[in-house]
Design a protein around this ligand. Sequence first.
Ligand SMILES: [Zn+2]
Ligand SMILES: [Zn+2]
Length: 290
Amino acid sequence: MARLVLLGTKGGPSLRASGASFLPTSSHLSIAGRSIIIDCGLGVTAGMVKAGYPLTGLTDVFITHYHSDHVLEFGGLLHTAWTAGLDHQVPVYGPPGLELIWQRFCEMMEFDIAIRIKDEGRPSLAPLVTVSIYHAKTPDPVKLVDDNGFCVSAMRNDHPPIDDSYALRFDAVGKSVTFSGDTRYVPALADFARNSDVLVHEAMLAKGVEHAVAKTKTGDERLKQHLLTSHSLAEDVGRIASAANVGHLVLHHLIPPERNICNDEEWQAEVSRSFDGRCSVGCDGMVIDF
Ligand SMILES: [Zn+2]
Ligand SMILES: [Zn+2]
């Protein structure tokens, strides 16, 4: 069995009113004896512990792209795992730039890291983390990991103006889960996600775009354009799920996250126009066994 826990399901970086989708993007995947984090939005560290997974058991971290709502707590997660007693190497995977993000985090925390090594006898932090860079020039999938039946692949999605943004697929023990990452509607994603047990796809409702723009007070046209050109409407997400023949579609990175603006029935109604399979509207802490 594999278990996915959605730690943060809100689209975008801001924290506003507490609710079902309060925290930015992060997920925990427990599969084939591994304890994997996918994306490190704010709250990932506490979310992992709250979900029942010790930080010292962390085995792998994957980042889909470098918008802050996916990477802001990357260093904080690894540093906190280290202070909790992490004693094995953790491979971390991301598009080009991750080595610099990690290096600069360690520099920023140099004082604390040095003092804990001296005062508490901790091992050095930097060697506990091994950074692997992945990159694809075309939408053809690339393999990130192939280790005793545990396979991870990445497909370049379409999330302008960011070039290096990816969907990720995990296969192990006869189970599969695909994460869309942040992307506009990319029909080829259906091939990448083909027959996944679970597809975790970002989703947006047109009503949510209006709401997000209104929240800026200035009614920012540029935000509206960004949302419409870089993210996926729920009906299109249903199209991907149908074409991919997935077992369970899970909506994630919700725009809007507020259920008093768009409730679960409204999300389901949009998806059901193009997908008649099982669909869940993600919320923080949601557990999906498959
Ligand atoms: Zn995002
Ligand atoms: Zn993004």
